[in-house]
Design a protein around this ligand. Structure first.
Ligand SMILES: Cc1ncc(COP(=O)(O)O)c(C=O)c1O
Length: 385
């Protein structure tokens, strides 16, 4: 391993936060904290843990109630809570696509999606990032049986048959680039070729949509996707995840997703916090409005400092400044840190070589002065180092 990319655990710091996923400040929101206690009281739950898998002793009433709230908020048929986004993705991809099916995924999809695909009996192929032409070429190849085939089970023929499924996978906000695919065009393509579209909304939940429902709902596409993965550890400031889809999909996952079946359920207070975070999304738009305003301020400052060519175009809370080379991006991140700002360097191999970057995460609670100073320092160091 390259010495410049060796990972180490850091210590908590008091720097200005431009690195956490707490986009709306919900992790420290007192209202949510108090509301979660009220929800636990209402359920008469004075407990510390779930006591078992949800299929055994761990399925407290609070799970069912919270899944109903999530289902209604996201305007779909069913929701299944998982212990984390990582678990949701490996659970889905290792169990839903079957041998002979094909999974076409964006090359920048999160590690949890790629790990799930590796565990699947279906064969995965990546398409170029946000490139619908490349995706459509792959779909056509599969339809014409000219994709190199995955392992075949006994008796399976090599040709594409109507009972074989094509799954297309993307994220509505990419975790390292902060950018978005053309979801409407993707839906059209998937409808045309009868592909199942799966969208990971980890970084869109809380940020996009009238109440923070995510990008799929902001675009009115909730009935067009096969499944959505939402995670609660980012803008919702707590922990856990859910898969949104049909009631049949939920029933299937309860029976076959091993990361759901063979693990202790989330503690009830985690589930109460998820529910309280949804109450906050429903009742208070302030944090999302402040976040949007901070994104606009950052864009203005980037223009002022003439740094536009360094930044990947993004409307989300994730704004990446590409600074090629592990050593250089680390150096700039250190210089930024010495001036009081916490913005993390993202190194290769997490991103491709030459695409190393300083990843700036914006929040509702960053001040205008903090954003102005961050960009000012960044401009100085980029031009100097
Ligand atoms: C796109 C995406 N999906 C899934 C996950 C995993 O979510 P969790 O942190 O809840 O395991 C992440 C986390 O970084 C992510 O960025």
């Amino acid at each position: 391993m390259n010495v410049n990319s060796l990972r180490k655990l850091g210590n908590p710091n008091t720097l200005i936060d431009f690195s956490s996923n707490d986009y709306l400040g919900f992790s420290k929101n007192k209202q949510i904290y108090l509301a979660a206690s009220e929800i636990l009281k209402r359920h008469n739950l004075e407990v510390n843990g779930a006591t078992g898998s949800r299929l055994l002793s761990g399925n407290h009433s609070i799970y069912t109630e919270t899944e109903k709230i999530i289902t209604s908020f996201h305007n779909n048929d069913a929701a299944l809570i998982f212990n984390s986004g990582y678990d949701a993705n490996i659970g889905f991809f290792s169990s839903v696509p079957q041998r002979g099916d094909v999974i076409l995924y964006d090359e920048l999809c999160h590690a949890s999606i790629r790990d799930g695909i590796t565990m699947s009996n279906a064969k995965g192929y990546k398409f170029k990032h946000n490139d619908l032409d490349d995706l459509s070429k792959l779909v056509n190849k599969k339809m014409n049986n000219s994709l190199p085939l995955g392992e075949m089970s006994a008796g399976q023929s090599g040709s594409f048959t109507p009972d074989q499924n094509i799954y297309v996978v993307t994220e509505s906000v990419f975790s390292m680039d902060g950018d978005q695919p053309d979801l409407k065009a993707m839906v059209e393509l998937c409808n045309k070729y009868h592909c199942h579209l799966i969208v990971d909304e980890a970084h869109a939940l809380g940020v996009f949509g009238k109440k923070g429902e995510g990008l799929i709902q902001a675009l009115g596409l909730e009935k067009e996707v096969f499944a959505r993965i939402i995670t609660f550890g980012k803008a919702l400031g707590c922990h856990g995840a859910a898969i949104l889809g049909s009631a049949d999909l939920k029933g299937y996952l309860v029976n076959f997703a091993r990361s759901f079946i063979y693990t202790t359920g989330l503690p009830p207070h985690s589930v109460a916090t998820i529910q309280a975070a949804y109450q906050e999304l429903n009742s208070n738009d302030r944090s999302r409005i402040d976040l949007k305003s901070n994104i606009a301020i950052l864009h203005k400052e980037i223009c002022k400092q003439d740094l536009g060519t360094f930044f990947i175009t993004s409307k989300s809370a994730i704004q990446s400044c590409v600074i090629a080379g592990n050593a250089r991006v680390k150096e700039i991140s250190e210089a930024i840190k010495e001036n009081g700002f916490d913005a993390k360097p993202i190194l290769s191999p997490t991103v491709p070589e030459g695409q190393e970057r300083l990843r700036i995460c914006l929040h509702s609670y960053n001040t205008i002065v903090e954003i102005e100073n961050l960009v000012l320092h960044l401009g100085t160091f980029i031009k100097k180092v």
